[in-house]
Design a binder for this molecule. Structure first.
Ligand SMILES: Cc1cc2nc3c(=O)[nH]c(=O)nc-3n(C[C@H](O)[C@H](O)[C@H](O)COP(=O)(O)OP(=O)(O)OC[C@H]3O[C@@H](n4cnc5c(N)ncnc54)[C@H](O)[C@@H]3O)c2cc1C
Length: 406
């Protein structure tokens, strides 16, 4: 019998499997798809994630696969002017490890290889339908009627988690926003006045557009996000490409010339969930998007999932054989941190998508900020807290009516 069964082989499940295995636990991963894999778009990973990759001995390989951008530049999506920026080189000095952008399948593949090398029992085509606690652990049931048992079961089965449905019973919250993605060879965008060294984010009324290089600079990733009028009107068929074009019709030219390169046959309707503060049910624990799916505006969803596995592994190692104590320590620190991130992501999205006078006030405040002011990311990037006492205070929101000279 395995010590731990992990349901779901996404970035959350695999990174947790590796974290637990390197602490000496026998781990089995059950993934419903016929193969392990991730979508071929980019992902941003901040210092609170690269610090964990470094602890796992995976940072050098990740760096070889990804790109270390020079800065994050935020621009107005309507007039294209620069609003503010973050100096990522200075940031690396502050937090000790870099801000990185990487192809999702490369990050996922890094954890998959690490799991294989560490001896994780990796199984595909295993769809879990039911969870139950047993005398000394927990059991999962599969669609074919078989059951697997372990001392601990971790549900890392994503936004539409079956475990969450069974244990919590809530539903995802529809934001009425939709994301289009597209990663293309860099040669296809060189004419478009892009930056090959920075993450550039254009923010505008009810929309934003993100660009950054990938795979050592050979590829270019773009993400277009907008509010769907059809979703707001309650129509079933929402987020379609006509809505994409209409949402950015008034955007600056640099954004508009990116739109034809988005994948137009696939889009991601954006849901999160209201935070829940209980993730542990006997010997069954939620992890990753199953526990805390965010809107992705502060790019912490996959990072939180990786942090969950790291924190749980540290507590399991500190409490050998005492599953209840380790789970209590995990439960004590992670739900509150992720509650803060999920709610901050909603607030951040609202700020990005402002229109009219409020947009102008926001722009003034952004233009006045120092690129080396880290007060609004310190609480995210400075530490992955193992205990509530280590958790930093959340940044203080600047009200829109604050005079800019303050
Ligand atoms: C447009 C967009 C951009 C984003 N950008 C960023 C970013 O820059 N940085 C960042 O940190 N995050 C980002 N995120 C968020 C991030 O993608 C997710 O938070 C993260 O991938 C969640 O990982 P997970 O492993 O918890 O879930 P998932 O990736 O959803 O994995 C769940 C796995 O479980 C499997 N599964 C599901 N049900 C079952 C079952 N019943 N039995 C067995 N297996 C099952 C699935 O097949 C899947 O493999 C972004 C999200 C979006 C939509």
């Amino acid at each position: 019998m395995s010590d731990v069964i992990i349901v779901g082989g996404g970035i959350g499940g695999l990174s947790a499997a590796f974290a637990l295995t390197r602490k000496g636990l026998k781990v089995q991963v059950l993934e419903r798809s016929p193969e392990f894999g991730e979508v071929g778009a980019g992902i941003q990973i901040a210092p609170n994630c690269t610090r964990i990759l470094s602890a796992y001995g995976l940072l050098d390989e990740a760096k070889a696969l990804g790109v270390l951008p020079v800065s994050i530049i935020m621009k107005d999506a309507l007039d294209g002017t620069v609003l503010t920026s973050l100096d990522l080189k200075d940031m690396e000095r502050r937090y000790g490890t870099p801000y990185m952008v990487i192809h999702r399948s490369d990050l996922h593949g890094l954890f998959l290889d690490a799991c294989r090398n560490a001896g994780v029992d990796l199984r595909t085509s295993q769809q879990v339908t039911k969870y139950e606690n047993t005398e000394g652990g927990a059991r999962v049931w599969l669609t074919d009627g078989t059951a697997h048992e372990a001392r601990l079961v971790i549900a890392a089965d994503g936004l539409h988690s079956a475990a969450r449905k069974q244990l919590v019973g809530d539903e995802p919250v529809n934001s009425a926003y939709v994301a289009y993605r597209g990663a293309v060879p860099i040669a296809r965008v060189r004419e478009n006045n892009i930056s090959e060294t920075d993450v550039v984010v254009y923010i505008g009324p009810r929309c934003h557009f993100v660009q950054y290089p990938l795979r050592g600079g050979d590829m270019f990733n773009q993400v277009a996000v907008f509010e769907s009028p059809k979703a707001k009107a309650g129509e079933e068929d929402w987020g379609t490409p006509d809505e994409l074009d209409a949402a950015f019709a008034h955007a600056t030219e640099n954004v508009r010339c990116g739109l034809p390169l988005m994948w137009r046959d696939r889009w991601w309707r954006m849901f999160d969930r209201d935070p829940v503060m209980t993730w542990v049910y006997g010997r069954i624990a939620l992890l990753g998007d199953a526990a805390h799916p965010p809107l992705q505006y502060i790019a912490q969803g996959a990072i939180m999932a990786i942090e969950d596995g790291y924190v749980l592994a540290e507590h399991l190692a500190a409490n050998p054989g005492n599953w209840a104590a380790a789970l209590a320590a995990y439960q004590a620190v992670r739900p509150e941190h992720c509650r803060r991130v999920v709610t901050a992501s909603r607030d951040w999205g609202a700020l990005w998508h402002l229109d009219g006078e409020k947009r102008e006030r926001r722009n003034e405040i952004f233009r006045a900020r120092d690129p080396r002011d880290y007060s609004f990311v310190d609480w995210l990037y400075s530490i992955t807290a193992l205990t509530p006492a280590e958790e930093p205070a959340v940044f203080k929101v600047i009200p829109l009516d604050t005079p800019v000279h303050i």
